[in-house]
Every structure is written in C-alpha cells, then in structure tokens.
Design a protein around this ligand. Structure first.
Ligand code: PEP
Length: 251
C-alpha cells in the first residue's frame, strides 16, 4: 500500500512573530518552487503563532498544527488550548503525547488518548507520540513499552486518515543521537503489527520517526520499511535546515 509521507516540524517553545514569519515564508516558497510535492508538510509553531502562520501559508500546501491540545472542548482550564481553538486558528493537525508533555506535565496514556480523541472530534489529525527512555531501551523493554503506549494512547475511532503515530525515542530527542536504522525498522514493524490488531486500516497509518533527524540522516531513515515520514524538532526551525529533510519526502 502506498502511504503519503508526512514531514512535520515541531518548533516547541521557540519563535517570535517576525523571525518565524520569515522562516515560514521561506519554506512556503521552497515548496511552491518544487516540481512535485509527494508528501504532506507540516509546521507546528507555538500556539501564539498558529493563526499568523496559518494566514501566511493559506495559499500553500504547507499545513499548520498545534503541539498539544486539551481533552475538553472548553471550560475552566487556565492556560490551555482546546482542539477546536487550534482548528479555529487554522490548524489541521495536533501533536499529542510528546515526551516533553508526558514528562513535564505528567501526561499518561489515558490523557494522551483523550487529547487525541478531542483532536479528531474537532476535525484535526492527531499525531500520537510514543517512545522509550534510555533506561527502558537498555533493559530490553523497548517493544513492550511501545506496545503499551500505542495500545493505550490510541484514540477510539482511529483511522489511517485521522491518526498518525510518531516513534520518538526519548533519549534521541534533541541529543544528536539516533537509534540504528535496524532498531528504527524493528520498532516501526512492531508498531504496524500492533496497529493491525487494533484497527482495520493499519497498513495506511503514517508512522513517523522522530529524534535528531537532520539533513544528513533523513534519507537513510526515510528509506526504511514502515517509516512514512519524520517529526523534526531542532532542524525544523530554519527553512534551510528543514528543506533537505522535506526533500526526502518529495521523491
Ligand atoms: C521533537 O521534538 O519531536 C524532536 C524529535 O526533536 P529533535 O528533532 O530536536 O530531536
């Protein structure tokens, strides 16, 4: 089955309006000049910039997403953003369960699942993040941890259209370290098998790899079986760094 890749950038808590607008415009221009755009391209800016970035990219194939959403539609949740608000601001995707949220905000699989369900209910595509810690990898628990997270974070009603899974080993995020291609392929094959037991169109679900993806390693990672794109942090902040990664999905 052919699965259209997704190359997604997560800007995390980085960026003010002027510089971010310039980078986003540069990326949109590169996409506009590409011969073919055989993948989806997404930037998830900080919540404060979603509306502005969505305006800048409204005539581009470039899409905009949130980095998190609340599980509720509205209410007394000071400082939080609902999925409907993200959508209203111009987002089409929401990342949920990023390891920084799981760690910094104590988000459990149940919370991540509820957020993914809220994202889908609002008409967004949920990018559900999973990944093992270094300690879990070293003690041989990786596949069991991934199974647990996939199974218990997967939203009810997940389909290949409304849900993306991102495998992001916690120890590879922002560290410059990556698993071997064999290790990535093993986890992705395992996730595909897990999903097959949970949904009918598992073959079409995009499985992203994330964790220190950069221009120099993207092609090798994107060529692996069951890797249908990338979730990129640091190397997505500048269009010039992100573009070589996007290009691996354009071919
Ligand atoms: C991320 O934040 O999802 C990520 C993978 O970060 P980095 O690419 O910087 O490792």
């Amino acid at each position: 089955m052919t699965v259209r890749p997704l190359i997604a950038g997560n800007w995390k808590m980085n960026g003010l309006a002027d510089e971010s607008s310039a980078e986003l415009k540069a990326l949109a221009d590169l996409l506009a000049n590409a011969d073919t755009v055989a993948c989806d391209v997404l930037i998830c800016p900080p919540a404060t910039l979603i509306y502005q970035m969505a305006q800048i990219s409204k005539d581009s194939v470039l899409q905009i997403g949130g980095q998190d959403c609340h599980a509720n539609v509205s209410g007394a949740h000071t400082g939080d953003t609902s999925a409907a608000m993200l959508k209203d601001a111009g987002a089409t995707y929401a990342i949920v369960g990023h390891s920084e949220r799981r760690t910094d905000h104590g988000e459990t699989n149940a919370v991540v699942k509820a957020k993914a369900e809220a994202a889908i209910a609002a008409g967004l595509i949920a990018i559900v993040c999973v990944g093992e810690t270094l300690e879990q990898r070293e003690s041989g628990e990786t596949l069991a941890v991934i199974t647990d997270q996939v199974k218990n974070s997967l939203p009810v009603g997940a389909t290949a259209e409304n849900t993306v899974i991102a495998y992001e080993p916690v120890w590879a995020i922002g560290t410059g370290k990556t698993p071997t291609p064999e290790d990535v392929a093993e986890v992705h094959a395992h996730m595909r098998k897990d999903l097959a037991g949970l949904m009918s169109d598992a073959d079409g679900v995009r499985l992203l790899y994330g964790g220190s993806v950069k221009g120099s390693n993207a092609a090798e990672l994107m060529a692996l079986d069951n890797v249908n794109g990338a979730l990129v942090g640091g190397a997505s902040l500048k269009a010039s760094d992100f573009w070589p990664i996007v290009e691996t999905g354009l071919k």
